[in-house]
Each structure stands twice: as structure tokens, then as C-alpha cells.
Design a protein around this ligand. Structure first.
Ligand code: HEC
Ligand code: HEC
Ligand code: HEC
Ligand code: HEC
Ligand code: HEC
Ligand code: HEC
Ligand code: HEC
Length: 484
């Protein structure tokens, strides 16, 4: 067996880059210097500093003790200090931080905004009244930001773009490894889409489908730019729409460096006369790809990839509709996914129009998915919102029956049971939810709410504190419940 293959097989904690490096030194070294090659890593000890989030009257401190970076949170005299496990983000825009609690990773509410040399709450925490270290980092986050097991997360690996490499390592040749530039347009684009396309909703497909999930996007541009939306934006540009797949991410970005001269790229296609005004224009990007704030990016600016003629025109008031990014051939599956996505996006954006549209679509194909837990629970929650408790209950019970290990479904079922005045039933469902996922904080708080006496409520909160001893929210709730 050759050395590379042996190294590769030593274990998943060995990052593939070191396996490829001996034969591809220049590509590896360039990649290791690039932001994607540094998307996650050990937290770099920074200066000790602190700030107050006024909205929540919470004070955060960034500490360095014995070379270990820590974040501290303090509200109304209660404090917690967490050692940091990872830093997300190479530092080009913002850096986020992860802490490990038991078998789970959580995001720190503190972020560093590098260009502004500023520490503040992380994107999404701005409006929170009770921030805490309780936003769980899911496999979704990690599959876009890292590789490897959670004990030793590594930056994005070569294989995430080049595909499985076992055969290539056995008998290195061009034909047994994926090179993005040699693939069909759709397969090529799918590589960057794995991580640079988030869409409005990511819908898992039922078992046996050709793709693991479908992504739904709005049918026209949103006015606001988001951190992960480059794929959708570029697809809206006339440059991409009218150049038959020639324009792709790789036209302007090379993961293996060096930086591409983008203005030269523009001119490689725009060879005919530009408007007369353009005679002395050089930095095409400065006008056609301006920097804008991202609504979900905290204090960071991103580049508008729509390559518009002029800055965007305000949208009309007609409601946005969803479409699937890559259409699926089965019409019933398409309706299922659009239905699920509309409800998800509608709940998130508070749009009754989208929720109703989703409901209509799902109801129309329900007979084809009578045992699909996602369809059942989604329909159930819409009926719950419409106050049709009995029907909601039936659907959620069926959903739980189909996916008995779904901690989230048990919690939803509890919500409906409680609304249906079945408090004991709600408690049972919550206990099941917690048994399946002992780190599910929301289920503990809901369970505490369902208890009749202060002593019983305290008992539940103490159970949560056993799992997360420093939880600010649990200690605050405990304090409130002991007050006369
Ligand atoms: C033992 C040496 C060796 C190792 C280890 C190795 N490769 Fe290769 N690789 C080659 C050779 C040889 C070629 C073919 C070069 C050619 O024909 O021009 C190649 C070609 C490639 C190509 C270009 C394919 C194309 O279509 O142009 C890619 C991409 C690639 N390797 C990626 C990797 C990755 C990723 C790893 C690590 C998982 C890796 N290689 C490990 C030797 C190696
Ligand atoms: C496995 C997930 C993943 C894949 C696949 C991926 N990216 Fe990225 N990309 C990221 C993450 C995460 C970042 C942010 C890195 C950081 O922390 O700054 C990023 C950053 C970038 C950046 C900005 C930083 C820079 O290098 O200037 C560019 C450009 C980029 N990616 C292009 C691409 C292209 C082109 C492809 C497809 C060939 C691709 N990415 C595939 C996850 C991915
Ligand atoms: C679909 C893939 C994807 C998922 C899922 C995802 N990210 Fe990202 N994230 C990215 C990419 C790509 C970037 C880089 C964007 C850029 O540079 O334009 C990024 C940027 C970031 C940044 C830097 C933000 C900034 O403003 O510069 C942080 C921190 C971050 N992500 C944390 C997370 C956390 C925590 C989660 C899970 C809750 C998550 N991400 C989920 C792809 C993803
Ligand atoms: C974010 C996606 C991405 C990652 C991660 C990535 N590559 Fe690539 N790689 C590409 C793209 C796109 C090309 C083709 C365009 C180019 O040459 O830049 C490429 C081309 C190559 C080639 C062929 C170069 C040539 O000149 O024909 C090799 C070899 C290679 N990569 C090796 C690696 C190795 C080794 C790693 C890990 C250290 C790695 N790549 C990680 C996207 C990636
Ligand atoms: C792969 C070829 C290609 C590249 C690269 C390219 N474009 Fe285009 N672009 C086109 C095509 C095709 C059209 C549509 C026909 C036309 O208007 O010329 C277009 C249209 C445009 C338009 C008109 C948009 C509208 O809404 O009418 C602008 C502005 C533009 N491009 C600017 C740029 C800039 C700036 C760059 C570099 C950042 C660039 N293009 C790179 C192919 C390209
Ligand atoms: C026509 C050229 C062009 C194409 C095509 C292009 N980009 Fe970019 N991209 C840029 C420019 C210009 C910047 C800003 C670079 C800078 O500020 O240094 C940028 C920046 C980025 C960044 C850094 C964050 C930001 O928004 O500033 C990411 C991530 C990124 N691009 C991803 C992608 C992905 C993914 C694709 C394919 C869907 C893509 N780009 C296609 C020109 C392009
Ligand atoms: C100072 C800002 C600015 C710069 C720099 C700039 N443009 Fe433009 N561009 C504009 C404006 C404004 C328009 C719209 C003109 C109009 O509608 O008459 C435009 C229009 C265009 C169009 C559409 C032309 C048509 O007739 O449909 C293209 C293509 C284009 N620019 C390409 C480029 C390229 C390539 C560069 C870099 C060499 C560039 N621009 C640099 C502001 C700029």
C-alpha cells in the first residue's frame, strides 16, 4: 500500500490536505493560505476587552487566562465564563467562536468584526433581550465551515470540492479525481453551491430521493443582501443568464490563488463598445459590484454579485414566491418541497400569504405523502396556528409515530397538547423530547412552564443546570421562581 493511502486511512482526524500535499505542493500551500483553507481553527487569543450590549443590559468580556481564550457573560450579577474551542471565519469579515459543552457545540454570542477592529454581539443577537450561550451549532453549520469530527474540526478539506479521493490515492491519475473545471455546468456549479447557497429554506427529501435536500429560493431578488447568497445573486445577473454557463464562481475566484484580475474578466466578455461614458473607467467592480451591508452579517459589508447596470430598484409590493433551485422531476415531490419551504419561510418572515400558499400546496399532494413526518408536522403546525387543535393533534401524533426519535416533533406535539388542555400529555411529550435530546434547552423551559408548583418548576430548572451548569437563562429563571 502506498504511503498516501496509508496516511489517509489512519483516521478521520487526519486532514486530507496533508495527504495531498506531497504530490500537489503548490495547490495545497496556496489553499492553506486562503480564507477557505482557514475557515475554522483554534481561537486566537486576542486582547482582553469588554463591551455592554445595551438592549439586553448584558456585559461581555473577552479574557485570556493561561493562554486560553475565554468569553464571559454577565447580567444582573449572574456570570458565566466559557473557554473557547474554535474560531469560525478566517477573519476576512467577522469571526465567530464556538464553545464545547458536553457533546454539543454552541455559538458564543460574541463576535469580532475584523475590518472595524470591533467586538460586539454576533449577527442575529442584536435584538435579543436575553442572550446566552445557548445557540446550538448544528451539523449544517459544520458541513459548510469545516471537516472532521467535532473533537478536532478542521478547515474545509480538499475532498469537499474534489470529491472522494480513495481511488486517486491508490493509483493517482487525472481521471479518478473530480476537477471542477472539467465537469458539466450543473455539476461544476453544484460544488460551490454546497456552501455558498443557503436559499430561503433547505428541505430534506424523503429517503430514496436522488438528492439529500432541495433548496428553495425566491423567484426574484430580495432587496436585502445576506451573508450566504452569492449563488442566487450571480444567477440573477444578465452576465450569467446570457452567457450559457461560461460565467461561474471560478471565473473570478480561484481557491488555489493567485487572485484573478476581475476587471480583465469583465472585459474578456464585454469586448464590444461600452457606453461612451466608459472610456476612462477602469475599476468596473466599483460601480457594478458595490459593497453593501448584509442584513444578517452584523457589522460587515459584502459584495453585490447581481452585476447590475445601476444600483437596485426598489421592489414592488407583490408578494415573493418560492421556486426550487434545482427542479425535481417528480411533480408531487416538487409540490411537497415547495409547500414545506413556503410554510417554513412564511413562519420565519411572518407572512400569512406564504403560509397559506404552503398549506394549499401540501394539502393538494397529501394523499401521496400520507406517512411523511415532515409533511404531517408542517400541516399540523399550520392547523395549530389556525386554532384547529383536534386536527393539528392528529397530524402531529401521526408525525411522531412515523419519526419516534424526533425530539423536535415531540416538543411540537407538546405545544398542541397543552393548547388542547392536556397538560399531562404535554409533560409526557416533553419528557420524551428531553430523553431523546438531553441538551434541548427549549424543552426544559417548556416543561418548567407546565409544572403546577414552584418546587416542581425549580426541579426542572435544576435538571437543566445539571446539563449546562452555567446557563444564565436557567439561573435567572430559578431566581425568579424563588422570589416570593
Ligand atoms: C502520490 C501522488 C498523489 C497524491 C497523494 C495525490 N495526487 Fe492528485 N494527482 C496526482 C497525479 C499523478 C495527477 C495527474 C497529473 C496529470 O496527469 O497531469 C493528479 C491529478 C490531480 C488533479 C487534477 C485532475 C484533473 O482533471 O486535472 C486533482 C484535482 C487532484 N489530483 C487532486 C488531489 C487531491 C485532492 C489529493 C488528496 C486527497 C491528491 N490529488 C493526492 C498525484 C497525486
Ligand atoms: C465546504 C463548504 C464550501 C465549499 C464547497 C466552497 N466554499 Fe467558499 N467559502 C466557504 C466558507 C465557510 C467561507 C468563509 C471563509 C472564511 O472564514 O473567511 C468561504 C469563502 C469563500 C470566498 C471568500 C474568501 C476568499 O477566498 O476571497 C470565496 C471567493 C469563495 N469561498 C469561493 C468559493 C468557490 C469558487 C467555491 C467552489 C469552487 C467554493 N467557495 C466552495 C465554504 C465553502
Ligand atoms: C450553507 C452553508 C452555511 C451554513 C449552513 C452556515 N454557514 Fe456560516 N458562512 C457560510 C459562508 C459561505 C460564509 C462566508 C460568507 C462570505 O464570506 O461572504 C459564512 C460566514 C460565517 C461567519 C462569518 C460571518 C461574517 O459576517 O463574516 C460566521 C461567524 C458563520 N458563518 C457562522 C455560522 C454558524 C454559527 C452557522 C450555523 C448556525 C453557520 N455559519 C451556518 C456558509 C454557511
Ligand atoms: C473550495 C473548493 C476547492 C478546494 C477546497 C480545493 N480545491 Fe483544488 N481546485 C478547485 C478548483 C475550482 C480547481 C480548478 C481551477 C483551478 O485550477 O483553480 C481546482 C484544481 C485543483 C488541481 C488541479 C490544478 C491544475 O492546475 O490543473 C489540483 C491538483 C488541486 N485542485 C488540488 C487540491 C488540493 C490538494 C486541495 C486541498 C489542499 C484542494 N485542491 C482543495 C477547487 C478546490
Ligand atoms: C462570461 C462573460 C461575461 C463576463 C465575465 C461578464 N459579463 Fe457582463 N454581461 C455578459 C452578457 C452576455 C450580458 C448581457 C448582454 C449585454 O448586455 O451585453 C452582460 C450584461 C452586463 C451588464 C448589463 C446588465 C443589465 O442589467 O442590463 C452589465 C452592467 C455588465 N454585464 C457588467 C459586467 C461587469 C462589470 C463584469 C465584470 C465584473 C461583467 N459584466 C462580466 C457577459 C459577461
Ligand atoms: C464577475 C466576477 C465574480 C464572479 C463571477 C463571482 N464573484 Fe465573488 N466576488 C467578486 C468580487 C469583485 C468580490 C469582492 C472582492 C474583494 O473585495 O476583494 C467578490 C467577493 C466574494 C466573496 C467574499 C465576500 C463578499 O461578498 O465580499 C465571496 C464569498 C464570493 N465572492 C463568493 C462567490 C461565489 C460563491 C460565486 C459564484 C456563485 C462568485 N463569488 C462569483 C467577483 C465575482
Ligand atoms: C463610475 C461608474 C462605472 C464604472 C467604473 C463602470 N461602469 Fe459600466 N455602467 C455604469 C452605468 C451608470 C451604466 C448605465 C449606463 C446607462 O444606462 O446608460 C453602465 C452600463 C454598463 C453596461 C451596459 C451597457 C449597455 O449598453 O447595455 C456594461 C456592459 C458595463 N457598464 C460594463 C462595464 C465595464 C466592463 C466596466 C469596467 C471597464 C464598467 N462598466 C465600469 C457605471 C460604471
Amino acid at each position: 500500500m502506498n504511503k498516501a493511502l496509508l496516511l489517509y486511512m489512519v483516521g478521520p482526524s487526519l486532514w486530507a490536505a496533508s495527504v495531498c500535499q506531497p504530490c500537489h505542493p503548490s495547490q495545497t500551500e496556496a489553499y492553506l493560505r486562503s480564507p477557505m483553507g482557514n475557515a475554522i481553527g483554534a481561537p486566537k487569543p486576542g486582547p482582553q476587552t469588554s463591551f455592554t450590549h445595551e438592549k439586553s443590559k448584558t456585559r461581555f468580556a473577552i479574557l485570556n487566562r493561561d493562554g486560553q481564550a475565554r468569553h464571559q457573560i454577565e447580567r444582573s450579577g449572574i456570570t458565566a465564563t466559557y473557554p473557547l474551542s474554535y474560531q469560525i471565519g478566517s477573519g476576512n469579515h467577522a469571526s465567530g467562536f464556538l464553545v464545547r459543552l458536553g457533546e454539543w457545540l454552541f455559538e458564543s454570542p460574541v463576535a469580532r468584526y475584523n475590518r472595524l477592529d470591533l467586538w460586539d454581539v454576533a449577527p442575529g443577537y442584536e435584538a435579543m433581550t436575553h442572550p446566552d450561550f445557548n445557540r446550538r451549532v448544528t451539523g449544517d453549520c459544520l458541513s459548510c465551515h469545516s471537516s472532521g469530527p467535532i473533537e478536532s474540526l478542521q478547515p474545509i478539506s480538499c475532498e469537499q470540492c474534489h470529491g472522494p479521493s480513495r481511488q486517486h490515492l491508490q493509483a493517482p491519475a487525472r481521471h479518478n479525481i473530480r476537477n471542477p473545471v472539467r465537469l458539466s455546468v450543473a455539476d461544476r456549479d453544484a460544488i460551490c453551491e454546497q456552501c455558498h447557497l443557503n436559499g430561503e429554506a433547505r428541505i430534506p427529501n424523503p429517503p430514496g430521493s436522488p438528492q439529500s435536500h432541495s433548496i428553495a429560493v425566491y423567484d426574484r431578488p430580495r432587496d436585502d443582501l445576506r451573508v450566504v447568497s452569492h449563488v442566487e445573486q450571480l444567477a440573477l445577473s444578465e452576465c450569467a443568464r446570457q452567457s450559457q454557463g461560461r460565467l461561474w464562481c471560478g471565473s473570478c475566484h480561484q481557491p488555489h490563488g493567485p487572485a484573478i484580475n476581475i476587471d480583465a474578466q469583465c472585459l474578456s466578455c464585454h469586448t464590444t463598445a461600452l457606453p461612451a461614458s466608459h472610456q476612462d473607467y477602469k475599476r468596473c467592480v466599483s460601480c457594478h459590484m458595490p459593497k453593501r451591508d448584509a442584513v444578517d452579517g452584523g457589522h460587515t459589508a459584502f459584495t453585490d454579485h447581481r452585476i447590475q447596470r445601476r444600483p437596485s430598484v426598489p421592489s414592488t409590493k407583490t408578494p415573493l414566491r418560492l421556486r426550487l433551485w434545482r427542479d425535481v422531476s417528480d411533480p408531487a415531490l416538487r409540490e411537497r418541497n415547495l409547500g414545506l419551504a413556503s410554510i417554513l419561510a412564511g413562519e420565519r418572515d411572518g407572512s400569512p400569504a406564504l403560509i397559506n400558499e404552503g398549506y394549499r400546496r401540501l394539502a393538494a399532494v397529501f394523499s401521496q405523502w400520507p406517512r411523511d413526518p415532515d409533511v404531517l408536522s408542517s400541516l399540523g403546525m399550520v392547523l395549530f396556528l389556525k386554532d384547529q387543535k383536534k386536527d393539528a393533534l392528529k397530524l402531529l401524533e401521526a408525525a411522531v409515530q412515523q419519526r419516534p426519535k424526533g425530539a423536535e416533533l415531540h416538543e411540537k406535539l407538546a405545544l398542541v397538547k397543552r393548547a388542547d388542555s392536556n397538560l399531562q400529555g404535554a409533560i409526557e411529550s416533553l419528557e420524551q423530547s428531553i430523553a431523546l435530546d438531553p441538551g434541548r434547552e427549549s424543552a426544559y423551559f417548556f416543561l418548567a412552564e407546565c409544572q403546577a408548583t414552584p418546587a416542581a418548576r425549580q426541579q426542572v430548572l435544576n435538571r437543566l443546570l445539571k446539563v449546562f451548569p452555567q446557563s444564565l437563562l436557567a439561573r435567572e429563571a430559578l431566581q425568579r421562581s424563588t422570589r416570593p
